[in-house]
Write a protein that binds this ligand. Structure first.
Ligand code: NDP
Length: 279
C-alpha cells in the first residue's frame, strides 16, 4: 500500500465520497493552526472482506482517524475497543480515532450532524417527530433526537417489526413517548418529518398521506442530490414550505468527526454553500 494520509474515509465503493472535499475545506479554516500541519484526508477503498486488514495497515502507516461508510459501519462498531454512548445507541460507527496498540475509539456522528442541521431551521423541543424508516440511519439518529426533548417520536416503517425493535430498544431509557406504525396506518399530524428510508434512492415515493405534514412542518430527507428527492416532492405537493435535503447532515457529521480528531470546531455553513454550488 502506498503512503497514506493521517485521516481517511473507508468504504466500498468510495470514489463518489465528498468527505475529502469537506475535510479539506474544514482544515483550510484553521490554516494558522500548528496542530493541523500534518492533517491530510483522502479516500481509502477497502475490499469487501478486508475492512479490518485495511484499517490495521492504515494504523501501521501512521493513520490517526477514519470515517467509515457503507458497508462497514457495523463492522467498525464490532471492531472498536471503546465506544462513545451515541455509537453504542446507534449500533454503528462512522468515526474512528486511533488510540494506539491497534485499539480504536468508535463514535457515531450521523445523529449529531442531522440534529445540528435541523436546528439551523427549527427547534426540535416540543415537536411531534415522525421518523420514516427503521434501518441503520434511523437507529443512529434516535438518541440525538430524543436528547432534544421533542413532544413525541413516531417511527414508521414498511416492516413494522423493525420499528417495534427500535421502540423496544429506546423506550425503556426515554421519558419521550415512542410510537410505531406502518406508513399507511399513520394517524395524526407531525411537525418534523424525517425520511430515513432508502426509498428515494430507487426513485420511489412513500405511501404516506399528505395529512401527516402539519401546517408549518419541516420535511427532512436524509438523501440528497442535484434533483429534488421523491420524498421532498411529496412534501412540496402536500404544501410543506420548509424542505431540507441531507447534504447538511453530511457536512454536520463531518464537522463532528473533525472536532473529535482535532479539538477544533469548523464552521459548517460556508462548506455547505460550497458543496451546493458544486452540485
Ligand atoms: P438501511 O438499508 O439500513 O435501511 C433502509 C430503510 O429503508 C429500511 O427502513 C427499509 O424498510 C426502508 N426502505 C427501503 N426501500 C424502501 C421502499 N421502497 N419503500 C419504503 N421503505 C423502504 O439503510 P440506511 O438506514 O443505512 O440508509 C437510509 C438512507 O439514509 C439512505 O438513503 C442513505 O443514503 C441515507 N443516509 C444519509 C446520510 C447523510 O449524511 N445525509 C447518512 C446516513 C444515511 P424495511 O425495514 O421495510 O426494509
Amino acid at each position: 500500500m502506498s503512503q497514506l494520509p493521517s485521516h481517511v474515509v473507508i468504504g466500498h465503493p468510495i470514489a463518489h465520497s465528498k468527505s475529502p472535499i469537506i475535510h479539506a475545506a474544514f482544515a483550510a479554516q484553521f490554516s494558522a493552526e500548528p496542530a493541523l500541519a500534518s492533517f491530510e484526508y483522502d479516500r481509502l477503498l477497502a475490499p469487501l472482506d478486508g475492512f479490518a486488514t485495511s484499517l490495521q495497515q492504515f494504523a501501521a502507516q501512521g493513520g490517526q482517524g477514519a470515517n467509515v461508510t457503507v458497508p462497514f459501519k457495523e463492522e467498525a462498531f464490532a471492531l472498536a475497543s471503546e465506544l462513545t454512548p451515541r455509537a453504542k445507541a446507534a449500533g454503528a460507527v462512522n468515526t474512528l480515532q486511533y488510540l494506539g496498540g491497534n485499539r480504536w475509539l468508535g463514535d457515531n456522528t450521523d445523529g449529531a450532524g442531522l440534529v445540528a442541521d435541523i436546528l439551523r431551521h427549527i427547534s426540535i423541543r416540543g415537536r411531534r417527530i415522525l421518523l420514516l424508516g427503521a434501518g441503520g440511519a434511523a437507529r443512529g439518529v434516535i438518541l440525538p433526537l430524543l436528547e432534544q426533548q421533542p413532544h413525541s417520536l413516531t417511527i414508521a416503517n414498511r416492516t413494522l417489526a423493525k420499528a417495534e425493535a427500535l421502540q423496544a430498544h429506546f423506550q425503556p431509557t426515554s421519558a419521550i413517548a415512542i410510537a410505531v406504525s406502518t406508513f399507511t396506518e399513520l394517524v395524526g399530524e407531525f411537525d418534523l418529518i424525517i425520511n430515513a428510508t432508502s426509498a428515494s434512492l430507487g426513485g420511489e415515493r412513500l405511501p404516506i398521506a399528505p395529512t401527516v405534514f402539519a401546517p408549518n412542518a419541516l420535511a427532512y430527507d436524509m438523501m440528497y442530490g442535484k434533483e429534488e428527492t421523491p420524498f421532498l416532492a411529496q412534501a412540496r405537493e402536500a404544501g410543506v414550505a420548509q424542505r431540507v435535503d441531507g447534504l447538511g447532515m453530511l457536512v454536520g457529521q463531518a464537522a463532528e468527526a473533525f472536532a473529535l480528531w482535532t479539538g477544533l470546531r469548523p464552521d459548517v455553513a460556508p462548506v455547505l454553500a460550497q458543496l451546493r454550488k458544486m452540485a
